[in-house]
Design a protein around this ligand. Structure first.
Ligand SMILES: *[C@@H]1O[C@H](CO)[C@@H](O)[C@H](O)[C@H]1NC(C)=O
Ligand SMILES: *[C@@H]1O[C@H](CO)[C@@H](O)[C@H](O)[C@H]1NC(C)=O
Ligand SMILES: *[C@@H]1O[C@H](CO)[C@@H](O)[C@H](O)[C@H]1NC(C)=O
Ligand SMILES: *[C@@H]1O[C@H](CO)[C@@H](O)[C@H](O)[C@H]1NC(C)=O
Length: 403
């Protein structure tokens, strides 16, 4: 019935996974980029992969404004597992680092009003060589449901690429059969790409709620640029396949870590918002810089990221080393725009673009607001030009609303 109605309305229908989850891009915290596979709880107890780390992050997310801003999932990554399954063939956490078990940790995270994500791998071992799920998909799905898991990041190491489709589909099937809604985050497309194969984004989005489509992001500007180029090229038209229920995933936010300048942090937040990407912070929230925290909590950018239309942005034009992106947002006829100054050196540069090249509608006037500050910048006629000033490797971001 739903399909028929949308067909009659002439809207193209993207077949997304229908488990009721990820109607907007998921937001949360994921340990990998910042804490990696730190096993040294003896000498580095506050930073090793342990229940303590996730409990402290859950405390801060709940108490210090992140939850209110929309961040919801507290997610474990690789290296949480014991080196072998238990005598019943079930997964078990490392007993020293997770002494109370994963159910207790999930309960703790839930007690803060948050959701709990876990990590496994479609292959025989995880990327860090802990037990993988291959051969145990049903058992592991049931185990995760019993523990109260809300999100599964399913990695793609240690499996033949020909088996990706079967492995990811089977796990999706068994997750569904548990009856517990579990957001399914897949590294299937990037797995194919890394093996020199073509990713089938349509197939991934039928099975998964999020689709990693670029190699792991590191805390380096070059890494952000590499992922930017993947999105700018949009090989295979992956941007067209995303929407409510299924989102492309360019990997974690490194805002607040060590390498990005303040402008580059703004650029990551703006691009991830334009792309309708999951917003997964990977930063030590115990000692984050106030400016980085404010950026992660920025209401204007989060509103673009979570826009209910769910249409990812695309490159509108590239002029003079400015990459200009637009994304349709509410209210009707409005457009979010990012002007990304790709020059790595020099001084701030101005860019002027006529309104009619930035919008698809034909309203006679548009109200321009700065997305970062919410302040009104101008009221421009359709034929007038918008001028913004942008720092090297930085962005300006505005919302244009028919006035
Ligand atoms: C399982 O799949 C069906 C059909 O797509 C869907 O309606 C249901 O919500 C799913 N349940 C879970 C728990 O994912
Ligand atoms: C991609 O997946 C879709 C959906 O499963 C399928 O219909 C299509 O044939 C696949 N395309 C290719 C090129 O394999
Ligand atoms: C992507 O879209 C463009 C135009 O929108 C089209 O020309 C091209 O064939 C598409 N490519 C794929 C792989 O679907
Ligand atoms: C550059 O743009 C800013 C902001 O729109 C404006 O205030 C300034 O006058 C412009 N400078 C030049 C040289 O055009």
């Amino acid at each position: 019935m739903m399909k028929l109605l949308t067909f009659i309305a002439g809207v193209s229908v993207v077949a997304a996974l229908d488990n009721g989850l990820a109607r907007t891009p998921p937001m949360g915290w994921l340990s990998w980029e910042r804490f990696r596979c730190n096993l040294d709880c003896k000498n580095d107890p506050d930073n090793c992969i342990s229940e303590n780390l996730y409990m402290r992050m859950a405390d801060i997310i709940a108490a210090e404004g992140y939850k209110d801003a929309g961040y919801q999932y507290v997610c474990v990554d690789d290296c949480w597992l014991a080196k072998s399954r238990d005598s019943n063939g079930r997964l078990q956490p490392d007993p020293d680092r997770f002494p109370h078990g994963m159910k207790a940790l999930a309960d703790y995270v839930h007690s803060k009003g948050l959701k709990f994500g876990i990590y496994e791998d479609v292959g025989s071992e995880t990327c860090a060589r802990y037990p993988g799920s291959r051969g145990h998909y049903q058992t592991d799905a049931l185990t995760f449901a019993e523990w109260g898991i809300d999100l599964l990041k399913f990695d793609g190491c240690n499996i033949k690429p020909e088996d990706f489709a079967e492995g990811y589909s089977e796990m999706g099937f068994y997750l569904n059969k548990t009856g517990r809604p579990i957001l399914y985050s897949c590294e299937w497309a990037i797995g194919d790409i890394m093996h020199g194969r073509k990713a089938n984004y349509t197939a991934v989005m039928e099975i998964c709620n999020t689709c990693r489509n670029a190699i792991d992001l590191n805390d380096q500007w070059e890494s952000i640029v590499r992922i930017f180029n993947v999105y700018a090229k949009d090989v295979g038209n992956f941007s067209k396949i995303a929407g409510p229920g299924g989102w492309n995933d360019p990997d974690e936010l490194v805002i607040g870590d060590f390498s990005l300048s303040p402008d580059q942090e703004r650029t990551q937040m703006a691009l991830w918002s334009m792309w309708a990407a999951p917003l997964l912070m990977s930063v030590d929230l115990r000692n984050i810089r106030p400016e980085s925290k404010n950026l992660l909590l920025n209401k204007g950018l989060i509103a673009v990221n979570q826009d209910p239309l769910g249409v990812p942005g695309s490159v509108r034009m590239t002029i003079d080393q400015f990459s200009i992106w637009t994304r349709p947002v509410i209210p009707k006829g409005s457009v979010a725009t990012v002007f990304f100054n790709q020059q790595t050196g020099g001084t701030p540069r101005n860019i002027s673009v006529p309104m009619y090249l930035l919008v698809d509608g034909t309203a006679s006037h548009y109200l321009i607001t700065d997305t970062f500050t919410g302040s009104k910048l101008a009221r421009l006629a359709y034929l007038q030009s918008l001028t913004v000033r942008v720092n090297p490797t930085g962005v300006a971001m505005v919302k244009m609303t028919p006035a």
